[in-house]
Design a protein around this ligand. Structure first.
Ligand code: SF4
Length: 448
């Protein structure tokens, strides 16, 4: 269990210098106790106090990094039960399982999906993350060979799964340097698996038949030097996954129970043979606190909805996704090209720019900062209105780029065209564009 705010306060310098961003040392101590601040924010904590406080200031759910370099994935370190309280931080990692009982063609097809299934959305790359290599044959040699093959076939992080300690050790040695996750330590072999993991720079899954069972030996693993632990509570029905994930999150955050303060892994591929049911199970696990979800395949048909769902859940609801205010040239526009104005909400920008690009009509896109609101929201909030838009257009520099003074506004705000025209003056012409971005290509092709 962590320290209380008062216990932490006693170890702080008590100078109330405010450098940590809090008004007093006591306020900072309370933030630390709640897992909402980092000890490193106070530059004056003594080394002795640091040692005592490191446990208290560790996140209530420890972060676990799997993989290296650009392909490293971090799960855990969540601070809230509900995303409207703050935000969810590290998105659920999606893994695909291959086994040493599959033929080469099947293994190659699944790895190929892992490497190539990727989507661009609102300027972000969405893709599955991890490869779970499963020792279904029970043969250590076969498992080691598959791990070596996987190492050469993908740069993504690896989860190495075997009940056979010799096989697990052989796989861990082969994957040393890739920060693999070893699946799994049980109550009977936790010390041995932890020793293998520590020697090979790997993290460990603690697997049991219930939350209580795994909570009894996570300390054994941590004491052996492996601090990065993932929990498999044995849930193999979606109802149990929902329940266990929720209870683990609650126990870690609300009760500050360090023994279960780790991310979870949900093996949805073991729960059904129906690919669509599996996708639904994965969706529920992503929505309800799953740290890692392991699937039978990461085909693009199932990945697109799951990755978009994950993006939505792990996007900070209090911070809109925005693009910078400015002039965006699309399709190499020139001085005669049309000028479209819209807002800096990322989704608006990417949808409009994609449609303009698809039209192949050279166009200037003028993006106005309205704090990341969509067109109608910004209009109703008084931010995308004539007396704010006109000075922006004049100062934007667009008149240096074009030899005309025509500007196209979104059809949804047609009602502001008169006032906008008045604000801009007679030399400008305000043109009402389309309501839907999807109608822009046809509109632009006919635009003169
Ligand atoms: S920076 Fe440290 S000493 Fe200064 S107010 Fe914060 S906790 Fe206190």
């Amino acid at each position: 269990m962590g320290l209380t705010g008062i216990q932490i306060f006693k170890l702080l310098p008590k100078t109330n210098c405010k450098e940590c961003g809090q008004p007093t040392c006591l306020a900072f101590a309370m933030q630390l106790a709640a897992g909402k601040a980092e000890l490193s924010k106070c530059p004056y904590v003594s080394d002795e106090a640091k040692a005592q406080l490191s446990e208290a200031s560790a996140p209530p759910i420890r972060g676990v990094v799997i993989g290296t370099g650009d392909n490293a994935v971090k799960v855990g370190e969540e601070l809230v039960m509900y995303r409207h309280e703050k935000t969810f931080i590290n998105p659920t990692a999606i893994a695909v399982a291959i086994t040493d009982a599959m033929d080469d063609a099947e293994v190659d097809a699944k790895i190929n999906n892992l490497n190539t299934v990727t989507f661009e959305r609102v300027g972000l790359t969405l893709e599955p993350n991890l490869l779970a290599v499963v020792n279904a044959s029970g043969d250590a040699g076969k498992f080691e060979a598959l791990v070596k093959k996987a190492m050469g076939a993908t740069e993504k992080g690896l989860i190495l799964c075997s009940d056979n300690l010799d096989a697990l050790e052989a796989g861990a040695k082969a994957a040393k340097g890739r920060k693999a996750l070893l699946y799994a330590a049980t109550a009977d072999n936790a010390d041995k698996v932890a020793t293998i993991a520590a020697a090979n720079e790997a993290s460990v899954v603690a697997k049991g038949a219930s939350i209580e069972e795994v909570s009894n030996f996570t300390k054994t693993i941590a004491d052996a030097g492996v601090k990065e632990i993932v929990l498999d509570t044995g849930a193999r029905s979606i109802k149990q996954v929902f329940y266990d994930n929720t209870m683990v999150r609650r126990a870690a955050l609300k009760s500050k129970n360090r023994e279960v303060g780790y991310p979870t892994i949900n093996l949805v591929f073991e729960m059904t043979d129906d690919p669509y049911k599996e996708a639904m199970y994965a969706a529920i696990a992503i929505a309800k606190y799953g740290g890692i979800v392991v699937m039978s395949d990461v085909d693009k048909e199932r990945m697109l909805p799951l990755l978009v769902q994950r993006l939505n859940i792990y996007t900070d609801p209090q911070r809109p996704m925005v693009v910078d205010q400015g002039i965006y040239p699309i399709n190499n526009p020139g001085p005669d090209s049309p000028v479209i104005i819209t807002t800096n909400f990322a989704l608006t920008y990417f949808i409009v720019s994609a449609e303009v690009e698809a039209s192949r009509v050279p166009t200037w896109l003028l993006i106005m900062d309205v704090e990341g609101m969509s067109v109608l929201t910004a209009w109703s909030a008084g931010k995308f209105v004539a007396d704010a838009m006109a000075p922006f257009v004049v100062k934007s520099g667009i008149t240096d780029k074009v030899n005309h003074k025509k500007i196209i506004i979104p059809g949804y705000v047609a009602q502001l065209s008169g006032e906008f025209q008045e604000e801009l003056g007679d030399e400008w012409e305000v043109i009402i564009g389309t309501r839907e971005a999807s109608d822009l290509p046809a509109f632009l092709k006919e635009y003169k």
